[in-house]
Write a protein that binds this ligand. Sequence first.
Ligand code: ACO
Length: 371
Amino acid sequence: MTRYAHVTGWGSALPEHVMTNKDLEQMVDTSDEWIVSRTGIRERRIASPDQTTASLAADAASRALKTAGVHPTEVDLIIVATSSPEHIFPATACIVQDMLGATKAGAFDLSAACTGFIFALNMAAQAIRTGSIDTALVIGAETLSRIVNWQDRNTCILFGDGAGAFVLQGSNEPGGVLEAVMHADGSGADVLMLPAGGSKIPTSPDTVAHGLHYLYMEGRPVFRFATRVMAEAAREVVEKAGLSLEDIQWIIPHQANIRILEVAARHLKLPMERFVVNLDRYGNTSTASIPIATTEAAAQGKLHPGDKVVLVGFGGGLTYGAALVEWTGPFPGHPEVNPERYRLWARVRSAGLRLRRKVLAAAGREQRLGG
Ligand code: ACO
């Protein structure tokens, strides 16, 4: 029996604090006029000190689970796509798994910069299609404000914080994630990167003094790359599915720069009205931008069951890709769930497990000393 991976839940989490272009004028030599005309961005959200990539991811995931009517303990797999993980390891996805109380889920992070959500969606859909798993949470989450140099006007004006999540569920009914394409061009690895803090350039006083722990980007080559590959990937995924662009109701692109989207629309010969755009309010939230935009489009009633939607992105790596999704919505007859409230129980469970680990470690120490 052929299995299909349907998008049955979606949700987003955005920090309350809004940073406008006017605010940025106070921080670096820039202007609202420059930022709007070169990027289309007017404001972005910035995480509060108590918010992290994992907490935003867990908030978005809880909302997605509620929409789908899926209890956290039913989730088989959690993939967090992120460019600003909590740590190099452990995976942010494991921290999210603990926060949600998703007791049976495997969890890992996926690193493909802004294309990460597309790649993660494809991986989860493949796992469902093979019958290996039945229910997955795919999350894009970022606190890019923590890795941006707030004195570098070339980059700090672009990025924002936030998270978005999809619930994927298996079914024998056709639909869901129909096709995906994934590409990389590692010869461009050096034009968009976080230079230090990995194994090649470990963190040292010197790397900090030179600002190598901040996001580094050469804007123009990334811009040229993006304008070429966005239309290319969208066209490729549609053709791979045996469809044409006329069959597509919505393009939901990575929200990097309005000029990039306008070029892609021109190449695809599609009007901008077919593109979901919200970068004016959130800036570039990297892996989170596509699920945040999808959640907004769904809330605005733009997405209907049966609609064909192309999700398309590009990013550091360099990477690019696209997914073609037939929109489903929650499965009929799904139960009411409250994943947000369940997180209280998850916290108690986590504290219990930590305590048990400490007690066992102390007992082991005593035994060793006694022996
Ligand atoms: N305010 C005012 N002036 C600025 C600013 C600013 N914030 N930033 C740069 N400038 C200046 C530059 O110094 C330059 O001045 P110069 O000509 O005297 O040297 C001038 O403006 C033009 O700079 P460009 O870099 O040529 O400007 P451009 O039109 O290319 O726009 C931008 C820059 C917006 C960064 C554009 O190149 C772009 O969008 N690139 C793609 C970025 C992107 O999408 N990144 C995705 C990252 S995805 C991920 O994986 C994280």
